[in-house]
Design a binder for this molecule. Sequence first.
Ligand code: NDP
Length: 278
Amino acid sequence: MSTVPTIDLNNGTAIPQLGFGVYQVPPKDTKEATLTALEVGYRHIDTAEMYGNEKGVGEAVRESGLDRGDVFVTSKLNNGFHAHDDALTAFDGTLEALGFDYVDLFLIHWPLPGIEVDFVETWRALEEIYRDGRARAIGVSNFQANHLRRLIQETEVVPAVNQIEVHPYLTNDDVRAVNAEHGVATEAWSPIAQGLVLDDPVVTGIANAHERTPAQVVLRWHVQRGDIVFPKSVTRSRVEENFALFDFELSDSDMGLITALDKDHRTGPDPDTFNWIP
Ligand code: NDP
């Protein structure tokens, strides 16, 4: 089994650089899918209240027989709960659904810059959760450079991570650079762009040269850029394939060719205009 490196977040908490994402895993299948990932060797699971499947993640961690402390679990505050007290209540709901007394990482899922409640207010609730020891680290997701800068200027705890869309068609290097400047780790969501980048001839060419799959090459590109990734799959062979990233290396030239595929193509919403509340 290949060994997954850990990254030290800015508060000293160690996070496995490779995890398993459960967005769009149906709630009824989430326990099985997560158990498969844990069997394969993943020790980091990325869920969210919005995905409706926190319960299955918690059940899988308990049924796996692993110690709770051996699995890093992230969840996220749903849109619609940004007001201070709502955020605290929603966090209680997350712990209850997971069946845990703490999460490893808790994020504001979207900045929602157009809604009445300022995300600075939301962050103060997360700071309380963090100080109470109910989240080992706190962070944000989908924050653009200006959102992140303002949050850091106006509050005390610097986010441990910023989870943003990153893949070869959206390298998002501007936001990654601002994250790095402030000691905020970048987590790359939709790391294979939900499959979109896997047929790209540059990717397939590099995959053939290394006798690896396109998904492995793209995930390895993320790893060598230093980002944290958590590809999603409900297919066991792919869960295994996506885990086998640490016994080969891309050259500087391979890395450059993949980075050059950037075309600023978002597969998800634009955080500057996304203000959707379920
Ligand atoms: P991914 O880029 O991980 O792609 C998942 C898709 O690719 C699925 O359709 C899966 O199919 C397929 N796939 C997975 N592995 C392979 C492979 N080796 N070869 C071919 N196809 C493959 O997309 P996600 O959007 O799920 O992103 C990953 C995680 O990022 C999410 O699960 C979630 O945790 C997080 N995320 C966070 C967001 C945020 O706003 N913070 C937004 C979106 C995602 P199948 O399952 O059928 O095998």
